[in-house]
Design a protein. Structure first.
Length: 560
């Protein structure tokens, strides 16, 4: 273990250097300087000469995508997750990152055989009657081989790439370091909370590496859609599955994006689009789950327009409150309800600064007014999401991760649906789900259940309240509790009070000079100028000058 430490550290430093070199190649050296990474590197000038020739002809989003692709699987996955967050990135970045390809060369069959035999504990020939050496698909985390069980069923065997977990761990440490530097040095990225985002990503990708978890998700979805004739979820073969090997029923279907073959098989594109949308909406509103990556490559079509999802590696869970808020959100958009839309957005989004809620509601009203001019059939989730999240970014508001990724799922299924059937509108399919959920919320049985839950929480709070109060009082007596007072927004008041006191002092001085000069004039003491006492003239002139100065200061709202 001790011997591995320096080696791992050295590999991490090399990886860090590789990331910096790629960022420089794609023209991001200015950001590296702002992150304080490049200033003290003696070889930076040599590194800068390696910038790709046509870097200036590429847009910033294109340079980001190409750099991410060159950095490998972890960064590609990270870019794909970022593409699901229109609340964090402008649309041009979302579009470009959505083009990231998760396809890499397959790893050799001898390694596949070794992993399968080690994970399942038997020789490959004893496990499968037939195992195809050439993979049917190869991605950054795993590849899939077609096989046949001893009992004759055709299956798809998903095998994890050797050493991928170590590569991911190393890359995440590099990403976390870059995120911490960005959060500290780049003020424009502060509200994005880069470190928290990297931590969320680390949790998601490690969950995706657990094939047992993926198998359980598939089983759960199979149970959810049991009896639904429009959806088919593949069966998991648990006797041929483990943490790094997952054996599923082989789906003999057509990719939902293969329009020519769908037409050749005389399948109904409109029904396919509606069934696909219903699949996603049932997951969200009925089962409180969502596919984090429901792209066309993960959806197959069987006979009778049946939809078969095949990837359950990135499944998210939604709590009841998020689902309720989502239904209010879409119902408000359809009904042009600005107040409800503003209220739900302010409730679910986290703000880093005090909000100008009036201005936010005005922009939302303007957005809904533009939506109102179009019929329901022309409403577009993608365009509405881009507009809403653009407004949120201007006010530095963040969507909850689950809600952002759920919205992305709807955007993807809308795109898939319109590719199949141009007149498809996801709002027409979504509206009944949202309406049903709103009706369910007003159902007396649901109200009684919620009330019972609230009463239970209240009773629990009352039971612990005396001991909590006693603990607080004890800490106060022992000086273990301190109160920190921080004033906000009082700077202007302090400035006004200071100016007012200064002007009052000036007024007192001017009044004293006028009174004193008057007395000198009456007494006639001192040398005379034009028959008037000189001290009185000087005092009166000073009073006039000071008075004019104060009047000008008041008129110009000066800092007197």
């Amino acid at each position: 273990m001790k011997a591995r430490g320096p080696q791992i550290a050295r590999q991490e430093v090399q990886r860090y250097g590789r990331v910096i070199a790629v960022l420089v190649r794609y023209g991001f050296k200015d950001i590296l300087f702002r992150l304080n990474i490049m200033r003290d590197m003696p070889w930076r000038d040599k590194l800068f000469k390696r910038e790709i020739r046509n870097v200036n002809s590429l847009s910033t989003p294109q340079r980001v995508r190409r750099a991410v692709e060159e950095l490998g699987p972890t960064f590609v996955k990270f870019g794909q997750v970022l593409s699901s967050r229109p609340d964090l990135l402008p649309d041009e970045f979302i579009k470009e990152l959505s083009r990231l390809q998760d396809e890499v060369p397959p790893f050799p069959f001898p390694e596949v055989k070794t992993i399968v035999e080690r994970e399942l504990g038997h020789p490959l020939g004893e496990l499968y009657d037939y195992f195809e050496e050439r993979p049917t698909a190869a991605a950054s985390l795993a590849q899939v081989h077609r096989a046949r069980t001893k009992s004759g069923e055709e299956v798809a065997v998903k095998v994890q790439r050797p050493g991928i977990e170590g590569i991911i761990d190393s890359d995440i440490r590099v990403l976390r370091k870059l995120a911490a530097l960005a959060e500290h040095h780049l003020s424009e990225f502060a509200f994005l909370q880069p470190v928290a985002f990297v931590d969320e990503f680390a949790g998601a990708i490690h969950r995706e590496l657990d094939f047992v978890r993926e198998g359980r998700s598939a089983d759960r979805f199979r149970k959810f859609f049991e009896g639904d004739e429009t959806v088919h979820v593949p069966l998991v073969y648990w006797n041929l599955s483990a943490a790094r090997v997952l054996t599923l029923e082989y789906i003999r279907g057509t990719k939902v994006s293969d329009y020519a073959r769908l037409d050749a098989l005389a399948l109904d594109r409109r029904s396919i689009a509606i069934n696909g949308a219903n699949l996603i909406l049932k997951e969200i509103f009925d089962f409180h789950r969502f596919h984090a990556d429901p792209h066309a490559g993960n959806l197959f079509v069987l006979e009778h327009n049946v939809i078969a999802p095949v990837d359950f590696g990135m499944i998210g869970m939604l709590d009841k409150e998020i689902v309720d808020q989502l239904s209010v959100l879409f119902t408000a958009i359809v009904n042009q309800d600005v107040e409800s839309l503003g209220n739900v957005l302010l409730k679910i989004c986290s703000a880093t600064e005090p909000l100008q809620t009036g201005a936010l509601r005005f922009e939302l009203a303007d957005l809904l007014e533009r939506c109102y001019e179009a019929p329901l059939q022309q409403l577009n989730i993608r365009e509405i999401t881009i507009d809403v999240t653009g407004i949120l970014r201007r006010y530095e508001l963040r969507f909850p991760q689950e809600l952002a990724m759920t919205t992305r799922s709807l955007m993807i299924i809308e795109g898939v649906g319109r590719g199949l059937y141009p007149e498809f509108n996801v709002f027409e399919v979504l509206e009944p789900f949202a309406r049903k959920l709103m009706m369910r919320k007003s159902d007396p049985v649901t109200k009684l259940r919620d009330l019972t839950k609230t009463v239970g929480h209240t009773v629990s709070l009352l039971e612990t309240l005396p001991s909590d109060v006693q603990e607080i009082l004890t800490k106060i007596k022992q000086n273990e509790i301190s109160i920190k007072f921080e004033h906000r927004g009082l700077e202007r008041l302090s400035s006004v009070l200071e100016r007012s006191s200064n002007r009052l002092s000036f007024a007192v001085v001017i009044a004293a000079l006028i009174i004193g000069s008057s007395l000198v004039f009456q007494m006639g003491v001192g040398p005379k100028v034009f028959g008037f006492p000189l001290p009185g003239l000087v005092g009166l002139l000073m009073a006039i000058v000071l008075g004019l100065w104060m009047l000008v200061g008041i008129w110009r709202s000066s800092q007197l």
